[in-house]
Design a protein. Structure first.
Ligand SMILES: NC(=O)c1ccc[n+]([C@@H]2O[C@H](COP(=O)([O-])OP(=O)(O)OC[C@H]3O[C@@H](n4cnc5c(N)ncnc54)[C@H](OP(=O)(O)O)[C@@H]3O)[C@@H](O)[C@H]2O)c1
Length: 220
């Protein structure tokens, strides 16, 4: 049996690092994508700023040359630039930056890497409850709008890749104590990572095009 190969973006800290660490422990060959590279025991560190188009193509080339395939992509890198504020006062630059990192980069990564994915491949987009249209968020509008866009990207990709047997899902880790979530968040890094890892390790491979938290479907 060859080890499954997983690329996790945003693996320098927070949830991305925990997910990468746990996948190493599960026996995956882990490619830890980071823009600020720091060693991660057992993982292959890949320099990757997810907003760098050339960098994304270079990573796809490197994965193809070194590993020939990719079984799992976890799009975890994300930014929260506007903790407060409302939609009437969003700065255009913050909105653009949020879209670039949180919605467009995951799509570009999938476009570059999906040719390396076999049937049974899994793409996990780390979204947020803040992106749910069914429960309108009144905080961080640039962030929340960009996560709604990521959810839309997820649905589109799921339909596009369904015939190829590749699952694409969005997941909310809950409110987690990381640099982004802050110290007041109720959930541990482990609980947040569990929510993400369920889609990699436990979900039926046929499940695609859904939004999940703790292994339960949540509304868009
Ligand atoms: N924490 C929560 O409560 C919570 C709730 C819902 C959803 N989420 C989502 O979970 C994901 C991880 O969040 P977190 O809480 O772990 O955040 P975090 O502690 O702030 O870490 C964010 C990670 O994203 C990376 N990143 C940001 N922009 C990048 C770029 N252009 N290229 C490459 N890496 C980039 C950061 O890298 P650097 O070290 O280089 O900055 C860092 O590794 C995000 O998508 C976030 O929206 C978090």
């Amino acid at each position: 049996m060859t080890q499954p190969i997983a690329l996790v973006t945003g693996a320098s800290r927070g949830l991305g690092r925990e997910v990468a660490r746990r996948l190493v422990a599960e026996g995956y060959t882990v490619l830890a994508g980071m823009r600020n590279t720091t060693p991660l025991p057992g993982a292959e560190v890949i320099p990757l700023d997810v907003t760098d188009e050339i960098g994304i193509l270079a990573v796809a080339d490197a994965v193809k040359i070194r590993h020939r395939r990719l079984d799992v992509l976890v799009n975890c890198a994300g930014i929260l630039l506007d903790q407060a504020g409302d939609a009437c006062s969003i700065e255009a630059s913050r909105l653009r930056q949020s879209f670039e990192t949180n919605a467009i980069a995951p799509l570009r990564l999938v476009q570059a890497l999906v040719p390396l994915m076999p049937r049974g491949g899994r793409i996990v987009n780390v979204s947020s409850g803040g992106g749910q249209l069914s429960t309108p968020a009144t905080w961080a509008p640039a962030y929340c709008i960009s996560k709604t866009a990521l959810n839309a990207v997820t649905v589109q990709l799921a339909e596009s890749l369904r015939p190829r047997g590749i699952a694409v899902n969005a997941v909310c880790p809950g409110w987690v104590r990381t640099d982004m979530g802050g110290p007041e968040a109720p959930r541990s890094l482990q609980q947040g990572a569990d929510s993400i890892l369920w889609l990699v390790l436990q979900a039926d491979p046929g499940l695609t095009g859904g939004f999940w938290r703790d292994g339960e479907r949540i509304p868009w």
